[in-house]
Design a protein around this ligand. Structure first.
Ligand code: HEC
Length: 129
């Protein structure tokens, strides 16, 4: 009897995971390699200009807003854009939407310099923050 309950619970959990994760590309795992993204965040890859130059992960503000809690805010920044869509656009076209209170100082260099996989990795990493 206990075992049947456990099986039922596991089934429900699986269903819930499938329902939430449903392939909409909106969680870190579905988007890219978050570990690579963390490296790129620190180094900037081939640009040599790490995101850390301007963005912290701990709430401290530098030139740009901190990425602390960004995965929760990103989906609410621009109407009609999901969190991952917004993050991608913020990287490839930084002047498309400016965060209130900040100037247009983010370099527009990442789209050309980074590969699609690298941009995906950055988005995935930000979705873990
Ligand atoms: C020279 C400074 C600078 C660098 C380097 C930089 N950014 Fe930015 N970034 C900014 C500024 C300033 C803003 C706020 C203005 C705007 O929205 O463009 C911003 C905004 C953002 C936003 C939107 C944040 C929000 O709260 O909505 C994201 C996401 C972002 N940057 C990601 C990155 C990533 C990823 C990298 C590295 C690949 C990076 N930035 C490199 C300065 C920088």
């Amino acid at each position: 009897m206990k075992r049947a309950l456990l099986v039922a619970a596991m089934l429900l959990l699986t269903l819930a995971l499938v329902a939430c994760g449903g392939g909409d590309g909106d969680t870190a795992e579905e988007v890219g390699d978050a570990q690579l993204g963390q490296q790129l965040f620190n180094t900037g890859g081939s640009t040599g200009t790490g995101c850390v130059t301007c963005h912290t992960l701990d709430g401290t503000e530098l030139v740009g807003p901190s990425m602390q809690g960004i995965s929760e805010r990103a989906g609410e920044r621009v109407e009609g854009q999901s969190a991952t869509e917004y993050l991608r656009e913020s990287i490839v076209n930084p002047s498309a939407h400016l965060v209130e209170g900040y100037d247009n100082l983010m370099p527009d260099i990442y789209e050309d310099a980074l590969s699609e996989d690298e941009i995906n990795a950055l988005v995935a990493f930000l979705m873990t923050q």
